[in-house]
Design a protein around this ligand. Structure first.
Ligand code: AVJ
Length: 382
């Protein structure tokens, strides 16, 4: 379970301020009892998480123009980026988890990928959301808490909010700055909507204590982000989503479909080179944040559909023999050596429904486009 940590983006706010801000909001919801309990729970969480106690929510209240929204930041207690990069580069085959693509530049580059003509998933899924918003609203509980792990720019949810009329929107994302802007935009444009933004790594435990126990939770997981997980991990992650949703809840999830390899290869090798820049930005990020000395000119983007495994793979290939240092650790590369940076699994509708069933969901509806490029599933907790 994830710990929502109450925090602020700018400077340190005394712990007491944050606590009272949280208590204030809880009291406002008629939940004095929980507000009372929270300092103890917060103290308990502090042992496992290094948390900054401040709250953008406090500063939001002083911003006259902006709509009020809550911002929480869960700061992992470890230096996981450094650890995972060092471990990943020490292993054979070398690999780095794709969640580290999304620093500020990486999030921007991803937005740009979504606009490339070859990258069909975003526009295809967006068209499905627009076209079927009413049908989606008919199956999802209205008045639900709509939770979006990996919300990015929060653009897609806009096509749902008017039809769905959720009681609250809870975007979760690893890129804090990006999340803050995106959540503020939603709060401004949908003044009737309660927004709780949580900056966190969604692959770690998350608890969302501000969601009332009896509320129906609908998870929204668009973009085929599920494709980043190996099937076993995808099943486990879906089971977590089922668990957060609880009885009466559901999951609206976008899943990229298996298709002709040429279409997939083109989507991950756009002519403008944006996907290549996105991939290479990982090395720039390592150089910036981990005192790395990667020569980004000496690595090449390589992406292809691996049909045996049903996934697009992205790699960074060393173009020559070279030595790289990261945070004092030395790594030797030969020409042609790879760092595996991402898998993007593709599923048929049946394959995905089977996976979801194994995770505790029942298939309820599925929508797809006429060219069978992309699918949008609504699953209910079994
Ligand atoms: C955000 C993981 C769904 O796999 O298509 C886009 C990321 N990588 N181009 C995907 C991505 C290269 C994207 N996901």
């Amino acid at each position: 379970m994830l710990v929502c940590k109450i925090t602020c983006l700018t400077g340190e706010v005394p712990e007491q301020t944050c606590r009272s801000a949280v208590a204030y909001r809880d009291v406002g919801e008629g939940r004095e009892q929980e507000a009372e309990a929270s300092p103890a729970r917060i103290a308990a969480r502090r042992r496992s998480y290094r948390m900054i106690f401040c709250n953008n929510w406090v500063s939001a209240m002083t911003k006259a123009a902006a709509e009020d929204y809550a911002f929480y930041q869960v700061v992992p207690g470890d230096n996981s980026f450094q650890q995972e990069v060092i471990d990943g580069l020490s292993r054979q085959p070398r690999c780095i988890p794709p969640k580290y693509f999304y620093d500020r530049d990486g999030s921007r580059l991803f937005e740009s990928i979504c606009e490339q003509p070859e990258y069909y998933p975003t526009r295809t899924e967006t068209a499905l959301l627009k076209q079927y918003a009413d049908e989606i609203a008919a199956v999802a509980a209205s008045d639900c808490h709509l939770i979006e792990p990996g919300s990015g720019s929060c653009e897609k949810v806009r096509h749902l909010l008017d039809a769905l009329q959720p009681a609250a929107y809870v975007p979760l994302d690893i890129s804090c700055e990006f999340l803050e802007k995106a959540a503020a935009g939603i709060a401004d444009d949908y003044p009737w909507l309660d927004v709780h933004a949580v900056c966190t790594d969604i692959t770690t435990e998350v608890s969302l204590p501000f969601i009332p126990e009896q509320a129906d939770a609908v998870m929204f997981y668009p973009g085929s982000s599920i494709g980043n997980f190996d099937p076993d991990d995808a099943r486990a992650f879906l089971a977590c989503l089922a668990n957060i949703s609880g009885a009466g809840g559901g999951l609206l999830i976008g899943v990229d479909l298996k298709k002709a390899p040429e279409i997939l290869d083109a989507a991950y090798n756009d002519a403008n080179g944006v996907t290549a820049a996105f991939n290479l930005n990982l090395l720039r990020r390592i150089n910036r944040e981990l005192a790395g000395d990667f020569d980004t000119e000496a690595f090449a983007h390589h992406a292809f559909y691996n049909s045996a495994r049903g996934r697009v793979e992205m790699h960074l290939i060393s173009e020559r023999r070279q030595t790289v240092s990261v945070d004092g650790h030395i790594f030797e590369f030969n020409a042609g050596d790879s760092i595996h940076t991402e898998n993007s699994y593709k599923y048929t509708i049946d394959e995905f429904q089977t996976l979801a069933q194994q995770a505790g969901f029942t298939a309820c509806r599925v929508w797809s486009d006429n060219d069978d490029l992309f699918s949008l599933h609504y699953l209910q907790v079994a």
